[in-house]
Design a protein around this ligand. Structure first.
Ligand code: GLN
Length: 400
């Protein structure tokens, strides 16, 4: 009997995702879980009632593979409202099982083995694994923390070197995989940055895959509005925009996501989606359609709550002695833990969970070179005010 792993080579480097690992440890140590990004409060009742109604109405068999008409139409209407572009939902929208499936369907559906893909690091861990499953070659561009941020700073976000981005594009580049607002840095890419990315996509005939799951979670709309890459000149015909219901409506367990793209790219996404999951849960799709058509008020109040919670956590962490990189978007905060004397992020997170009983994410999991993330820790603030206050109270003992 051989004892070596049965995991295929294309997946064996990635182990168990850090999100499963940290939530498991949080439960084991009875810690307050600020690691995996999910709300500790429930999603809105009107959407849950819509799911119950759909089940009662008999919407319980397979959906059309690319999504039930009620949802694909709600998404195409929402897209027109947001971008001014009219699209045909039957040709341009694909509903998936969360954005994570949309990332898999898009990469597997579009990329050929050997294609190069430009990716910013830190990155959401599934990007790296999906590129490997597709046989594609990642070219990393690093987002650097602001250099002289002595205190909590939202004004100077993480940034990249233009020359590094230019150098990452080659004649083998097939796509760039972008995430804005960005997990884990909270960066909202500026229009100027997106115009540079667009110019490089156009000059290299590359596709853009943009993960915009935090599209509504922006806290500085005057100075750092969310700009959709698809709306930059020349990009509409070469961009696949991905998003989901989970973050905007506090329903991360529903796993409803989507890809919006021009018909030729949608055909590629669907070619993989039909063999990954075929279709996603029918009653939840009907409820998602209701959420998208009637959800503006909910999102408005959620953003106000998250802005308050961001400030509460950022200020509290700074007071304890972290250097805090205050985010303009998403529901995560990166902080520098080095004043507390741990050797690296994994050691710091282990100590934090065992001694303070608070779970964060060690961000080295989001870098190709783990040393780039070793001074950082990621905390999620998609939690009740009380939860954040209790976590801060526990972390005060870091100072002693
Ligand atoms: N996107 C969430 C995060 O970054 C978690 C996703 C997951 O658990 N797979 O925490």
């Amino acid at each position: 009997m051989t004892t070596h792993t049965a995991v295929a080579d294309r997946l064996s480097p990635f182990g168990t995702t850090i999100f499963s690992e940290m939530t498991r440890l949080a439960i084991e140590h009875d810690a307050i879980n600020l690691s995996q990004g999910f709300p500790d409060f429930d999603g809105p009742d009107f959407i849950k009632q819509a799911a119950i109604k759909a089940m009662g109405d008999g919407e319980n068999q397979y959906a059309r593979s690319f999504g039930v008409p009620a949802l694909t139409r709600a998404l195409s209407d929402h897209w027109s409202r947001e971008t001014g572009f009219e699209i045909d939902d039957t040709l341009s929208v694909t509903v998936t099982s969360g954005c994570t499936e949309a990332i898999a369907a898009t990469t597997l559906g579009i990329l050929n083995p050997g294609d190069e893909v430009v990716v910013f690091q830190p990155y959401y861990d599934s990007y790296r694994a999906c590129l490997s499953m597709a046989g594609a070659i990642p070219r990393f561009v690093t987002l650097h923390p602001p250099a002289n941020s002595a205190e909590t700073c939202v004004e100077s976000p993480f940034s990249f070197d233009e020359s590094e981005l230019r150098a990452a594009f080659t004649n083998r580049t097939r796509a760039i995989l972008l995430n804005t607002p960005h997990n884990p840095t909270g960066k909202v890419f500026s229009r100027e940055e997106l115009e540079l990315i667009a110019a490089l996509c156009l000059s290299h005939d590359a596709i853009a895959i943009t993960d915009e799951v935090y599209e509504h979670l922006v806290y500085e709309p005057e100075t750092s509005p969310h700009v959709r890459l698809a709306t930059i000149d020349g990009m509409q015909d070469r961009t696949v925009t991905l998003s989901s219901l989970g973050k905007s409506f506090s329903l991360t367990g529903w796993k409803i996501g989507w890809a919006i793209a021009p018909p030729h790219l949608t055909a590629a996404v669907r070619s993989a989606h039909q063999f990954l999951t075929f279709a996603t849960s029918t009653p939840f799709q009907h409820a998602a359609a209701v959420a998208i058509r009637q959800g503006d008020d909910y999102i408005r109040s959620l953003v106000a709550d998250y802005r308050r919670r961001r400030d509460l956590l950022a200020d509290g962490l700074a007071e304890i002695g972290f250097k805090v990189f205050k985010p303009a978007g998403s529901y995560f905060i990166l902080a520098d833990h080095t004043s507390f004397g741990s050797a690296d992020d994994v050691g710091f997170c282990r100590r934090l969970i065992e001694d303070q009983k608070v779970a964060g994410i060690p961000p080295s999991a989001f870098y190709e070179d783990p040393s780039l993330g070793s001074s950082l820790v990621r905390f999620a603030f998609c939690k009740r005010d009380d939860t954040l206050r209790a976590a801060l109270e526990r972390m005060r003992s870091l100072r002693s």
